[in-house]
Design a protein around this ligand. Structure first.
Ligand SMILES: *[C@@H]1O[C@H](CO)[C@@H](O)[C@H](O)[C@H]1NC(C)=O
Ligand SMILES: *[C@@H]1O[C@H](CO)[C@@H](O)[C@H](O)[C@H]1NC(C)=O
Ligand SMILES: *[C@@H]1O[C@H](CO)[C@@H](O)[C@H](O)[C@H]1NC(C)=O
Length: 629
């Protein structure tokens, strides 16, 4: 079994160098940077930009405005003025960089009269070279304008590195799986056992260190051994789920190859990056319930547990403040712009609220739960009615604050990004009540300064995506995660019941989301929004979480088709991986100097860094080192 592990370690170790090689060839295909058409100064394209040459042939001067399709209800922004023709120069050219991430609309207005001459909708490609020919001619006093867009040089294919990465990791996965089956064949297995140090195996199986008790080296989980059946066995699916979210989180925090769909959505909507933090909160809820229950069953007093919860929340908050104010070797940190809230702080508050809520009302669950009565099918909910009432109250507080709190100079219940969004009417209202509360309570300097909305929506005010108001919804989500824990414990070993319930919860959450968002990105009652942690965001992610957990539970714990590797390793050491990846973010081998304009090189770097954390957590797991607070 352990040899299956070393095989995986080998694969992961090979990964970095191979990926680098694969991507270096793409990087060399990036086109030259010298653009001398604008004569005054050479134009250097950045990542995700294309070159557009606008030719004004024989006519009036015009102004080009642009708007990204991704910007919802935004103002047109001025791109460039192309002067009219003079006798010495029959036509003028302006060279400008344009965004290649999303399709854009170009609006050409007569500079003098500000009248629209023509409009072009186009999807530019990265590092492409395009020409827009604007020909103006006079026919009997009436001006005719023709606009034609041609491609001078085709764009590079920016997403090819993703395909390569998928193929590479897919290949590694297949080789690993094959290796695993070969290792499990009888003769091979015996041979390996003889070769391996038997003491080591014994130590691993009989280890009483650390909390991962059921997890043995090879990931088959076949040795529950000394654990009495009343103690809930550690579910590998929970660790796998947590590890999966954590690893995606590390990947997107490191930059996600600088692709927009691996970064946070600028305002409403969902990208891969927006999925993972809520999943983490969700699975934390599940674990809280299982661990509180097992502690109570071991005879731990409630007040002791409460103290423990308080202490852990405090520690988590403190670590969060350290991690989020990186100041290594940069001189003394200025307290006047210390950021207070962040990911770990939100986890800490959520953990605190949900655990206290649960501790207030919890009774150790009886071993043999007998069902009966009219409410039997809903007993896993009905039994916890006081908690449900409190959580619904909390959600009401969120709704009231969000929609009824008057914010100076902003409309009531504003949920938009500010900046140039909403046709530039409320530039300083980013995040509505949520932003206002943070700026008032914590102070402008103590919150996050670069919200994702300042890219596309060009908002200028500070806004904290991990602020105070959103924490309420994080609590709601963790509480729904807790429900998953309740289901797991109530219907222990009744796989069908568990799977059915997960499915039903997922569907219910999906229906709520569909209603709240009217199945649209921007037009719903409450759009899905990571920056606000809107309630529709919570229900949507909860829907996904139930369904994903169902799948992983089925594969890992019911059918035992998958050991959960490699995600299960970081999942068991989540705090260490999270803190570690933040602290060492800027150091080799997690970061090195690369061509800043190449998606391929960024992707390679981020994947190597992420894989390294998987590898590190695997090594720590083999050595039974787990950082718990
Ligand atoms: C873009 O295309 C035009 C027309 O073919 C050419 O003159 C110009 O040099 C090209 N610019 C770059 C940077 O390739
Ligand atoms: C361009 O002109 C049209 C009228 O023809 C006007 O509605 C529009 O606002 C102008 N665009 C900008 C950005 O001023
Ligand atoms: C928004 O804030 C900026 C900077 O504080 C200020 O200059 C601007 O006038 C404000 N805009 C509105 C509409 O209040």
């Amino acid at each position: 079994m352990a040899s299956g592990g070393s095989l995986s370690a080998l694969c992961l170790a090979l990964l970095g160098s191979a990926l680098l090689l694969a991507v270096r060839s793409i990087a060399s295909a990036v086109p030259g940077q010298d653009v001398d058409l604008s004569r005054e100064r050479p134009l250097e394209l950045k990542m995700d930009q294309a070159l557009l040459l606008i030719h004004n042939v024989g006519g009036e001067s015009f102004t080009v405005y642009w708007l990204s399709d991704h910007c919802y209800q935004c103002l047109y922004q001025r791109l460039v003025i192309v002067p009219g023709a003079v006798t010495s120069r029959p036509f003028n050219v302006a060279a400008v960089p344009v965004d290649s991430q999303h399709p854009v609309t170009l609006q050409l207005n007569d500079t003098a009269k500000n009248q629209e001459m023509c409009r072009v909708h186009y999807s530019f490609g990265e590092f492409g070279n395009y020409s827009l020919w604007v020909r103006q001619s006079l026919f009997g006093g009436v001006r005719a304008v023709s606009c034609e867009l041609i491609v001078n040089k085709s764009p590079v294919s920016s997403s090819l590195p993703i395909l390569l990465a998928v193929l590479f990791y897919g290949g590694v996965g297949i080789i690993w799986t094959l290796g695993y089956f070969v290792v499990r064949l009888g003769p091979v297995r015996n041979w390996i056992y003889k070769k391996m140090n038997p003491v080591e195996t014994d130590r691993l199986i009989n280890s009483e260190l650390g909390s991962p008790n059921r997890a043995d080296a090879g990931g088959q989980g076949a040795h529950p051994g000394a654990w009495s059946s009343s103690v809930p066995q550690r579910l590998r699916s929970l660790d796998t789920f947590r590890g999966l979210s954590l690893i995606i989180m590390v990947f997107v925090n490191y930059g996600g190859g600088k692709y927009w769909f691996f970064k946070h959505e600028s305002w409403n909507g969902l990208t891969l990056a927006d999925l993972v933090f809520p999943w983490f909160v969700f699975i934390m809820g599940t674990s809280i319930f299982l661990s509180l229950n097992s502690m109570l069953r071991k005879g731990c007093a409630k007040w002791r547990l409460l103290l423990k919860v308080l202490w852990r929340s405090f520690l988590l908050f403190l670590i969060g403040v350290f991690v989020i104010n990186p100041n290594y070797c940069l001189g003394p940190l200025s307290l006047s712009n210390l950021r207070i809230f962040g990911v770990l702080q939100r986890l800490s508050l959520t953990y605190l609220v949900v655990s206290v809520l649960e501790l207030l009302f919890i009774k150790a669950m009886p071993n043999n739960f007998t069902s009966g009565g009219a409410w039997a099918p809903l007993q896993d909910v009905v039994m916890y009615w006081p908690q449900w009432i409190l959580v619904i109250l909390l959600e009401t507080v969120w709704l009231c604050l969000t929609f009824l709190l008057p914010v100076p100079d902003c409309p009531l219940g504003y949920l938009g990004p500010g900046g140039i969004g909403d046709f530039g009417q409320y530039p300083n209202c980013t995040g509505g009540a949520a932003g206002y509360i943070d700026r008032t309570v914590l102070g402008e300097e103590h919150i996050y300064q670069h919200p994702s909305s300042n890219v596309i929506y060009q908002s200028t005010v500070a806004y904290d995506p991990e602020g105070l108001l959103g924490t309420i919804n994080a609590v709601v989500l963790a509480f729904l995660g807790l429900q998953a824990g309740k289901i797991l414990l109530f219907y222990k070993d009744q796989h069908n019941q568990i799977i059915r319930r997960f499915f039903i919860w997922g569907i219910i959450m999906g229906i709520i989301s569909a209603i709240l968002t009217k199945c649209s990105q921007n037009e719903g009652f409450i759009p899905i929004n990571k920056n606000l942690w809107s309630i529709s965001y919570v229900t949507t992610l909860c829907c996904f979480a139930f369904l994903l957990l169902l799948l992983i539970y089925y594969l890992v714990d019911v059918k035992k088709l998958w050991s959960g590797a490699p995600f299960v390793f970081p999942g068991m050491n989540s705090i260490l991986v999270y803190v570690g990846h933040e602290v060492f973010e800027n150091y080799f081998p997690f970061k090195w100097k690369i061509d800043n304009r190449s998606h391929g090189q960024h992707l390679a770097q981020n994947l190597v860094a992420t894989s390294l954390w998987v590898l590190i957590s695997y090594v720590l797991y083999k050595r039974r080192i787990f950082w718990k607070i």
